[in-house]
Write a protein of this length. Structure first.
Ligand SMILES: Cc1cc2nc3c(=O)[nH]c(=O)nc-3n(C[C@H](O)[C@H](O)[C@H](O)COP(=O)(O)OP(=O)(O)OC[C@H]3O[C@@H](n4cnc5c(N)ncnc54)[C@H](O)[C@@H]3O)c2cc1C
Length: 391
């Protein structure tokens, strides 16, 4: 790799300073630090294309990066040049009538939604990392949020996008589903047209407590029948013990877009969400620092939660769509492996939202592997983009 040629493309928006290389050798996962050779902050598509052409000649790996909030090690470099897209953060076009907005990939979700709120619109897929995560990262992991029951996942809201592929070509993509969730291994998202939803200004909520898993699952199935349901979350009993709550219970939090819930006070609803969302931080502070994200078929959830309970694994998550966040202490690799084996036995997915990255490569489904391989053959035949991730 010729650093001088990279500095020629990016000028002062490139660095090989030791402190930058160190910062960019991690992401939010618990994976070991990698090795960045350089970091670049493009401000134009042309710079990205030039970098890729250079990589094709000199055979170095490029790791596209949004905010680095990913939890699967997908932006950890392995002797790579890290392409940080955070400076490409402009809102390019907004059309209120068609409720669409076109953005650069580095736009932070929270900034976008703040800008849209005065028009009564928002991008409705909101991961808990919304204050930092970027649209490019969300598309590339096909992120989901806690209102997935109503709004689905990120790819449901992308009208079209443009990528720069591993050969340096800029290509418009209409079949967004084919590319979303490819974690930067096939193309770099440089522009996206997003569909928007009307802001919801009125919701109601119910909060339920249970002594056992069966009662919680029965209640969940009834709640799911309500068409106004927009979110259904849970926290398990073990988490309530670890959090040292007065009562140790299984908890369900149901939010509706009409009067179905008994709680309609905005402040109380906010407090309930804050309480539910506090469990990630609480469990981390008690040593449960590893967060997994299996997706389990709804009719197998009971068996899965019993399995977690029998293995003393605390969990919480978006239960209404079968997405569970079991939490582990460091050095739990054997236990995590057993859990993934059980997830596969139940017909579940090993990752419902965080992606595969390097953390879950061992368990990647043949279907996803073949999808990435066939896209790589067309769009990144020399394997220039995020080498060694997913496959
Ligand atoms: C506290 C916390 C809560 C979280 N909650 C959720 C949640 O509720 N739902 C959820 O889905 N996830 C969640 N996550 C995971 C993470 O925030 C999401 O995966 C998010 O979409 C990643 O965005 P990012 O900008 O940080 O991307 P990064 O972590 O920087 O990158 C993620 C992947 O996208 C690729 N990528 C980034 N930008 C581009 C681009 N422009 N073109 C091509 N590839 C690109 C990277 O190569 C990598 O493979 C959470 C993480 C944390 C730390």
């Amino acid at each position: 790799m010729n650093k001088r040629q990279i500095f020629e493309i990016f000028g002062s928006d490139a660095s090989d300073k030791i402190e930058d290389l160190l910062v960019y050798s991690y992401d939010a996962s618990n994976e070991k630090k990698g090795k960045a050779l350089m970091v670049v902050w493009p401000t134009s598509v042309l710079q990205i294309r030039k970098l890729i052409l250079l990589a094709n000649r000199s055979h170095f790996d490029i790791v596209p990066r949004g905010a680095g909030t990913g939890l699967a090690g997908a932006v950890i470099p392995d002797n790579s040049v890290v392409l940080d897209l955070s400076k490409m953060n402009r809102i390019l076009k907004f059309d209120k009538d068609s409720a669409t907005v076109t953005v650069e990939p580095g736009v932070i979700l929270n900034d976008l939604n703040k800008a849209l709120s005065k028009f009564g619109l928002f991008f409705p897929v909101i991961p808990s990392s919304y204050k930092s995560c970027t649209i490019g990262g969300m598309i590339s992991t096909d992120a989901i949020g806690n209102r997935a029951i109503k709004y689905g996942r990120c790819s449901d809201w992308i009208k079209m996008m443009e990528i720069v592929d591993g050969t340096g070509k800029q290509i418009p993509i209409k079949d967004v589903k084919k590319f979303s969730g490819t974690e930067g291994t096939v193309g770099i998202v440089v522009k996206a047209e997003l569909k928007l939803a009307p802001l919801i200004d009125y919701t109601t909520m119910d909060y339920h407590e249970f002594d056992n898993i069966s009662d919680m699952i029965d209640s969940m199935l009834t709640i799911l029948e309500n068409p106004s349901l927009i979110a259904l979350e849970y926290v398990d009993k073990l988490s309530s013990q670890i959090a040292e709550l007065d009562q140790h219970k299984y908890m369900l939090f149901a939010e509706y877009s009409d009067d179905s819930g008994e709680i309609n006070d905005k402040k109380q609803i906010e407090e309930l969400w804050t309480f539910r969302e506090s469990f990630g931080q609480i469990l981390s502070s008690k040593g449960y620092v590893i967060s997994e994200d299996p997706k389990i078929p709804l009719d197998k959830l009971k068996s899965f939660l019993i399995w977690l309970n029998n293995h003393n694994i605390p969990s919480f998550g978006h239960i209404g769509v079968g997405l569970i966040h079991p939490r582990f202490k460091s050095n739990s690799q054997d236990l995590i492996k057993s859990m993934f084996e059980y997830v596969i036995e139940l017909g579940g997915e090993i990752s419902g939202e965080h992606g595969i990255g390097i953390s879950k490569k061992e368990y990647v489904s043949n279907e996803l592997k073949q999808k990435i391989l066939s896209l790589k053959r067309i769009y990144d035949p020399k394997d220039m983009l995020n080498r060694g991730k997913i496959i």
